[in-house]
Design a protein around this ligand. Structure first.
Ligand code: UGA
Length: 402
């Protein structure tokens, strides 16, 4: 079975890497020539743990191209191009253009939509291209995408002859949902919406905890998460959800539902709470920092990634600057230069030169600086550190001392 993957971002590269590592003959295609150039030189255009090892392994049979022509002999072509939102509505132009281009070189290909698309998209692409279109949403998280793709909780495939694509993922031994295109498409949105709701739920209770003497949201989260009906994951209070998926997908499904006359009130509330988190964080900084010089640790939207799309940490840095703070920052992988802020190459330097330290991304490595931080004023917006180890500590979801 010959496989093609169109769109070599986080989703496409991981899909291509994992399938080639499983022994499939894979061609990865992207319209960006410099990306293809890098990949041909065995360099990854993104940071994703474990990806380099599988994609450039001798075991992997993978080639890269910037031409649709090279997909003409592929039996199955996965589409993993962006589906951004414009004015809160999904923009399907990349998916449509890629699908048409594939159809123009290969009339027999089975198209597999891996991108997150609103219900009805696969059907529309089928009408536009005449190809068989199967929906196969991915559920991998950036930062652990290789692991998640090798060991998914479930595989969802929808459409006519969906079994062909289900077979490809059989090696994962994950439960399979074989269904219609529309249901597969909706499962993806319902999943990401539910995750967003969990995060906003815990953040709302974190705010409440901050008003109750002796309260700690971390213990509350553990206490509720141990109930199997609720589950422990995605109950980490913090700065809110960012990244390229949860913010855009929640907005897209709300507006899609609205177009059908349905109001998704719970999802809307999750978005609203999330939008308030930067303001909440600013209030904590204002109340706690001893002066207007701060060192912010973390720029990435989450740990183990170089991705800054809709990063809450980056939003916070910008808001601090806007409010007259002198901001220095450090991130283990993001090397972005931010206007009117100073970037440090090491966390040690950033910490040593400042009294006020703000933790904005949940990088586990920040725990290793606990000793350096013990006499600083630490504002831990991701609850990375042990409050008992720091002299002046203010954490999200931590009430006043009782
Ligand atoms: C998310 C979903 O988790 C994946 O299942 C899905 O495949 C992916 O979107 C997608 O649609 O492609 P991702 O955006 O990579 O994955 O990252 P998450 O781990 O979901 O984190 C999203 C944001 O929520 C981050 O800013 C993170 O810091 C925040 N978060 C996460 C919390 O604040 N608390 C938590 O308990 C968990």
């Amino acid at each position: 079975m010959k496989i093609g993957v169109v769109g070599l971002g986080y989703v496409g590269l991981v899909t291509a890497g994992v399938l080639s590592y499983q022994g499939y003959d894979v061609v990865g295609m992207d319209i960006l020539k410099n990306k293809i150039e890098m990949l041909k030189n065995r360099k990854l255009p993104i940071y994703e743990p474990g990806l380099s090892e599988i994609i450039f392994s001798d075991k992997s049979k993978i080639d890269f191209t910037d031409s649709y022509e090279d997909l003409k002999d592929r039996d199955i072509v996965f589409i993993a191009v962006p589906t951004p939102t414009i004015n809160n509505k999904i923009d399907l132009s990349y998916v449509i253009n890629a699908s048409k281009s594939i159809a123009s070189v290969n009339k027999d290909a089975i198209l597999v939509i891996r991108s997150t698309v609103i219900p009805g998209t696969a059907r529309k692409i089928m009408e536009l291209t005449g190809l068989n279109v199967i929906s196969n949403p991915e559920f991998a998280r950036e930062g652990s995408a290789v692991y998640d793709t090798l060991h998914p909780d479930r595989v969802v495939v929808g459409g006519k002859n969906a079994e062909i694509v289900a077979d490809i993922w059989k090696f994962t031994n994950a439960p399979m949902i074989i269904t219609t295109n529309e249901i597969a498409e909706l499962i993806k949105y319902a999943s990401n919406s539910f995750l967003a709701v969990k995060i906003s739920f815990i953040n709302e209770f974190a705010k409440l905890c901050e008003k109750i003497p002796g309260c700690d949201i971390e213990v509350v989260a553990k206490g509720i998460g141990l109930d199997k009906r609720i589950g422990e994951s995605f109950l980490k209070a913090g700065l809110g959800f960012g990244g390229s998926c949860l913010p855009k997908d929640t907005r897209a499904i709300v507006s899609f539902a609205e177009s059908l006359g349905v109001e998704l009130k719970v999802v809307k509330a999750a978005i609203e709470i999330n939008d308030m988190r930067i303001k909440d964080a600013m209030e904590i900084v204002r109340e706690t920092a001893t002066n207007k010089d701060v060192c912010v640790l973390g720029v990435a939207f989450k740990e183990n990634t170089d991705d800054i799309r809709e990063s809450r940490a980056l939003l916070l840095i910008k808001e601090l600057i806007k409010n007259g703070y002198n901001v220095s920052y450090y991130d283990p992988v993001v090397k972005l230069e931010i206007e009117n802020a100073h970037r440090y190459d090491t966390a040690e330097e950033c910490i040593k030169n400042h009294e006020n330290i703000v933790i904005a991304t949940e990088w586990p490595i920040f725990k290793e600086y606990e000793k350096l931080l013990e006499n600083k004023v630490v504002i831990d917006l991701r609850r990375v550190l042990d409050p008992r180890k720091i002299r002046i500590y203010r954490g999200v979801g931590l009430g006043p001392k009782s």
